[in-house]
Write a protein that binds this ligand. Structure first.
Ligand code: HEC
Length: 184
């Protein structure tokens, strides 16, 4: 009996929800998605420009993903879930390396992207991300630590070659690339 009442309530709830959505959709508060020109021309696979600057890629993606990898070098992840999270980070770094081969939308990103050294460092980031993924898959903390060390060398190498003293965006202040604020 309770099950049947439960079902009735649930179906009433969904009916109400659908009615609400329809009401919203036709009202003034309708959610509208603004039309955006695709960033990839039809028939072409390469992006012309990333929708964010390299500095944003650094701060929002690369730095965020690298910190947990370095931390895992001295503090072994405890659960299987922790390892899987770490694998996501390593994959983000590998992807970030690939993204850096496309010009970002920062003021001098295009020039950077055309330099062979730039692309060499970007490719090294892909390689060190891949090494981290393999070590994580093997649940090998030593391997993660080694991949993390290589990665530091890649970050520093590219920063020595390219990073200006004052960040071009000026949004984030003077973040040290290796600052791990929450070391445990
Ligand atoms: C292919 C070159 C390259 C690689 C590889 C690279 N960076 Fe960067 N990074 C830069 C450049 C160039 C800037 C400055 C961007 C700007 O000012 O527009 C930068 C800026 C940053 C910033 C922002 C710093 C600030 O002062 O605003 C952080 C954080 C950062 N990088 C972290 C890292 C970390 C961590 C790694 C490695 C896991 C890494 N980067 C790898 C080129 C690189």
């Amino acid at each position: 009996m309770m099950v049947i009442i439960g079902r009735i309530f649930r179906s009433l709830f969904y009916t109400g929800l659908v009615a609400l959505l329809i009401a919203c959709g036709s009202g003034e508060n309708a959610i509208s998605i603004p039309p955006v020109a695709p960033s990839v021309e039809p028939g072409k696979t390469a992006l012309k420009r990333l929708p964010v600057s390299y500095n944003d890629v650094m701060v929002s993606l690369i730095n965020e993903a690298a910190d947990p990898i370095w931390r895992a070098g001295w503090k072994t992840p405890e659960t299987d879930r922790d390892w899987r999270q770490l694998e996501h980070r390593a994959r983000q770094l590998k992807l970030a390396g690939a993204l850096l081969s496309q010009p970002g939308s920062g003021p001098i990103d295009q020039q950077w992207s055309l330099r062979p050294e730039w692309n060499k460092w970007a490719a090294q980031l892909v390689v060190s991300g891949d090494a981290a993924i393999k070590a994580i898959d093997a649940r090998n903390r030593e391997g993660v630590s080694r991949a993390g060390d290589t990665m530091v060398a890649v970050c520093e190498g590219c920063h020595l070659d390219f990073k200006p003293d004052i960040p071009t965006g000026g949004k984030y202040g003077d973040l040290a690339p290796l600052s791990v604020n929450d070391r445990e």
